[in-house]
Design a protein around this ligand. Sequence first.
Ligand code: SAM
Length: 192
Amino acid sequence: KYVSFLKATNFVHNLLINRIPEGSTVIDGTMGNGYDTLFLHEQVGEEGVVYAFDIQKLALERTKEMLIENNIAIDSNRIRLIHDGHENIGQYVKEPISVAMFNLGYLPNGDKEIITQNSTTIQALSAALSLLQARGIISIVIYYGHIGGLEEKQRLMDYVNNLNSSEYTVMQCSYLNKEKNPPIIVLIEKNK
Ligand code: SAM
């Protein structure tokens, strides 16, 4: 199926689509409106588990609605919608993960002042890295046009630039001809 990279999120889905084994455990670190949660559930299938985090109740409500519209049982243990910050991933996820997705910034069509914060984002990333299995991938889509976004981007870039290259491969994809602070995509693969 043809997937355009006009939208960063589609680009990431396209990249991850063959890298999520059925039955594996995955994390959506920023549930928002639930698009990534739904995508992840479709990839891991009925035997896999998706842990999705958001600090806003509205995000959980919208995600539940979207899953119900797609005929997905939200009361199963296979999709855990967690009303808590991603910095607490380690309290909920104990098994190895094949993928973690982070889509930073604010909830689309929500409160633009509730945004991801650099210190908690780094804590979440570090927790996800410690759960990542060999050949597992973490994707981060960084939107930085909002207040605080530039600082978060800088802290995050410093953090990922310093990951040990014998353990992790880190890549960045950026749009070169888009205006207004286009998102930056960071991909981290665990080498072995
Ligand atoms: N992936 C989402 C989707 O498919 O619609 C979009 C995510 S949106 C760009 C960012 C989300 O991160 C917001 O819903 C916001 O509430 C959430 N967020 C902010 N701080 C957070 C934290 N500490 N832990 C988890 N989610 C957080």
